[in-house]
Ligand binder design. Structure first.
Ligand code: GTP
Ligand code: MG
Length: 239
């Protein structure tokens, strides 16, 4: 169904981004009219959680998808993923959340899964200063292995988790300043334990992806762009 419709629209609509778009119940007849009216009813986005071991990545994913919290969770080995359907600003999205192992010894198991991500959730714990200091390293690791075409515009969201805990090692202002200096990415103070800002953080990730896709979409509709632009070849060293 989707392929047939896509072919009917012709090459003017190459895949706009990594996210797979499924136009489901529209008949071909309904798709006539301006291309800009193409109602995308069903978008699949892949987001990936990165951050030091123990900061709460798995707990955040499980809180968001199953609404459960386990105070004795085990370290993730490799990667796991869960899907959740949601509606954001009138658009139906299947959010595929990839949870990765934060421990260094599992690096080779997680890095192959960075490709194809539409957004990266950089996660630290507000009671763990080192996990905050390591954010830059996680961002570099993601860029090194994900092979994104436009690193400057790739969407990141930063999560400062465990805000339910008394003692903090990083202040909110300090965390927000890091986000400002590193691409003005959205910042959320979360707690998987008491469900603070968890849904807001994942929905923000969907919004930044949809906004980036709309930008590409408008560029495609408005003018031709070179889809075969040179890939960023400058590969810095990873941490
Ligand atoms: N107080 C509190 N504890 C949390 C929170 N989120 C996670 N934890 C606890 O922190 C520990 C580690 O949580 P995980 O979700 O396993 O951490 P992770 O980032 O997935 O760790 P790796 O899988 O090793 O990368 C567990 O004991 C959780 O119960 C939170 O928001 N508040
Ligand atoms: Mg985990």
């Amino acid at each position: 169904m989707f392929r047939k419709i896509w072919r009917a629209l012709g090459p003017r609509f190459p895949r706009l981004s990594n996210a797979t778009r499924h136009v489901t119940t529209l008949s071909l007849g309904q798709l006539q009219g301006s291309r800009a009216d193409l109602a995308v009813l069903f978008i699949k986005n892949k987001v990936i959680l990165l951050g030091d071991g123990g900061v709460g990545k798995s707990s955040l994913m499980n809180r968001y998808v199953t609404d459960r919290f386990d105070s004795q969770s085990f370290h993730t080995i490799g990667v796991e993923f869960l899907n959740r359907d949601l509606e954001v600003d009138g658009r139906l999205v299947t959010l595929q959340i990839w949870d990765t192992a934060g421990q260094e010894r599992f690096k080779s198991l997680r890095t192959p899964f960075y490709r194809g991500a539409d957004c990266c959730l950089l996660t630290f714990a507000v009671n763990d200063l080192q996990s905050f200091l390591n954010l830059s390293c996680w961002k570099k690791e993601f860029m090194f292995y994900s092979d994104v075409k436009d690193p400057e515009r790739f969407p990141f969201v930063v999560l400062g988790n465990k805000v339910d805990m008394e003692q903090r090692e990083i202040g909110e202002d300090e965390a927000r300043a890091w986000c400002e200096e590193n691409g003005c990415c959205p910042y959320f103070e979360t707690s998987a334990k008491d469900d603070t800002n968890v849904a807001a953080a994942f929905e923000a990730a969907v919004r930044v992806v949809l906004a980036a896709e709309d930008q590409i979409g408008h560029a495609l509709l408005g003018s031709t762009i070179d889809l075969h632009g040179n890939r960023q070849t400058s590969r810095g060293s990873c941490c």
